[in-house]
Structure formats: C-alpha cells, structure tokens
Ligand binder design. Structure first.
Ligand SMILES: N=c1c2ncn([C@@H]3O[C@H](COP(=O)(O)OP(=O)(O)OP(=O)(O)O)[C@@H](O)[C@H]3O)c2ncn1[C@@H]1O[C@H](COP(=O)(O)O)[C@@H](O)[C@H]1O
Length: 112
C-alpha cells in the first residue's frame, strides 16, 4: 500500500515542486531556489530550522506551526532537488514505526 494518497497535500505539493523544475525563475519562488542551486536550498533549510527553534522558545503555538511549515516546505524542495519525494521519508518513518529509538540506537552500538 502506498504511504501517500494522490489527494494528500504532501503528494500535491511534491507534484508542484516537480513541475517547477520546468518553470522560469522569475515566475516561481521554487524555480528561483532551484536556479540558485543546492547551497541556497541548504541555507534556507538551515534558516528555517533556526526560526523553528526560536519559535518553540517563544511559546506561541501558531508561530511554531508557521515555522515548522516553512521548514517542512524547504526540506521538500531539498528532496525534490535531489530527485526524492516525501514518500521516501514517509516509507522510512513507516519502517521505523514501533521500533524503540533506544533499542535501535543500542543495535547500532551508540551514536551515529
Ligand atoms: N508552501 C510554500 C511555501 N512556504 C513558504 N514559502 C516561501 O518561502 C519563503 C520563506 O522564506 P522567509 O520566511 O525567509 O522569507 P523571505 O525573506 O521572503 O525569503 P528569502 O527571499 O530570503 O528566500 C517565502 O518567500 C515564502 O513565500 C513557500 N513558497 C511556496 N510554497 C508552495 O509551493 C508552491 C509553489 O510555489 P511557487 O514556485 O512560488 O509558485 C506554492 O503554491 C505553495 O504551495
């Protein structure tokens, strides 16, 4: 069974991110990011991660949700740029589901 339905917002967004690979940079934020390249995308992911941390510290749930949405969005752009989609991450989370994080870490023999 697929981890993602076609009408799921993640699947719809992933389809738009794929389509933006053929778009011109002046008409689309995503196409502009693709044109800037991997380092620019990674910079946005780093910025949004920092903004998520700051939002969590300020205690406003709406602000936190807003920043996590920015972070998820930019990680989806990163995945698309690397030829991947959300289904790869969801499949990995599904594989881990029910596995104790502590047991998994012990099986690895400590830190990764
Ligand atoms: N979900 C998003 C989304 N979330 C955040 N953003 C953009 O990500 C940027 C967040 O960066 P910042 O908060 O740092 O704001 P900023 O100063 O404007 O950003 P920079 O100029 O520094 O990059 C903003 O420009 C937001 O508009 C998004 N841009 C697009 N999408 C989705 O992607 C689709 C395709 O977008 P386009 O390619 O622009 O049509 C859209 O229809 C949406 O569904």
């Amino acid at each position: 069974m697929s981890v993602l339905r076609e009408d799921d917002i993640l699947a719809q967004l992933a389809a738009v991110l794929e389509a933006r690979k053929a778009a011109t940079a002046d008409a689309s934020y995503v196409a502009k990011l693709y044109a800037k390249g991997l380092d620019a995308i990674l910079k946005k992911v780093g910025e949004e991660a920092t903004e998520t941390v700051l939002a969590a510290k300020d205690g406003d749930p709406e602000h936190l949700v807003y920043e996590v949405a920015d972070l998820w969005f930019h990680t989806l752009v990163l995945l698309a740029h690397q030829g991947l989609g959300p289904e790869a991450v969801l499949t990995e989370l599904q594989r881990r589901f029910g596995l104790s994080g502590l047991a998994e870490k012990a099986a690895r023999g400590g830190e990764r």
